[in-house]
Write a protein that binds this ligand. Structure first.
Ligand code: FES
Ligand code: FES
Length: 281
């Protein structure tokens, strides 16, 4: 196992490689990749992938600046919603910054993150613990934030997808997801990546799973089947599972493989467009 990458309790220390040319080109290419599909999809895909993979915030500097006014400064106390009941004060360390909230005791962590702290990377899919889109790390362990009361994690460290990347560096798991094309729409991706980072910690600690063949033998090495089983709580409606397993296996094993895909070239695009135009007449 690659011990450099498997410590989920301190994800900021697990810096990934500098952005490669391909990774930087991904955002630049996004419009070209979706030109034939339309503006709405282009905008949706661009924003979703940017939310999923924190590095893209760097490339969207202007957007970041525009949003800066919406972001709370560290340590600020978030006053209670005027219509809230059963108020409780909750102090969380979110992505390294202390946040103090006054919230209704029934507010779940996912809503506290998204609606109060404006950290919208964690997604609400089913809102009932079945899809994994809301997965975040609490004290390094993965939890479903839609089923976790915010008050129950008072005083704990919460890491969301926004906290994995650091300036100029992806978390290795984020880099691997890009490398293996492990997402399509990107909606499940924040949860998949947080879950995968949590999985690495479980493997490192030798925790068994449903498919562990012999629970009396301590092993930290996961097979693809074991990764599949441990990630079975994270649903991907786009079916990006092969890429997800490959990405996790690479980070887990530390064995690097070459890119298996490449960007389409302008000449190829032009040829396809010419062929489409000829078919249309
Ligand atoms: S939104 Fe939490 S599991 Fe689906
Ligand atoms: S990438 Fe679309 S739901 Fe997983």
């Amino acid at each position: 196992m690659n011990d450099d990458f498997d410590e989920p309790t301190a994800p900021h220390e697990n810096l990934g490689p500098e952005l490669t040319d391909d990774e930087e080109a991904l955002l630049m290419e996004m419009p070209a990749l979706t030109d034939d599909v339309g503006q709405t999809r282009r905008t949706f895909v661009g924003r979703t992938v940017a939310g999923s993979l924190g590095l893209f915030a760097l490339n969207l500097l202007d957007l970041e600046k525009a949003l800066a006014g919406l972001k709370p400064s560290p340590d600020v106390v978030f006053a209670a919603d005027p219509v809230a009941e059963n108020l409780v004060k909750v102090v969380l360390k979110v992505n390294g910054a202390t946040k103090t909230l006054e919230i209704d005791s029934r507010v779940v962590l996912l809503d506290a993150l998204r609606e109060r702290l404006k950290l919208t990377g964690s997604k609400k899919g089913c809102d009932q613990g079945q899809c994994g889109a809301c997965t975040v790390l609490v004290d390094g362990r993965r939890v479903l934030s839609c089923l976790t009361l915010a008050a129950s994690v008072d005083g704990k460290e919460v890491t969301t997808i926004e906290g994995l990347a650091k300036v100029g560096h992806l978390h290795p798991m984020q880099a691997a997801f890009i490398k293996y094309d492990a997402f399509q729409c990107g909606y499940c991706t924040p949860g998949q990546i947080c879950s995968a980072v949590g999985l690495l910690g479980e493997a490192r600690r030798g925790e068994v799973s449903h498919v562990t063949e012999d629970v009396t033998v301590r092993t930290t090495r996961l097979t693809d089947d074991q990764i599949r089983e441990r990630m079975s709580g994270n649903i991907c409606r786009c079916g990006a599972y092969p890429g997800i397993v490959a990405a996790i296996q690479e980070v887990h094993s530390g064995k690097r493989t070459e890119h298996t895909w490449r960007f389409v070239e302008e000449q190829q695009l032009a040829r396809v467009r010419r062929e489409d135009a000829n078919e249309a007449v």
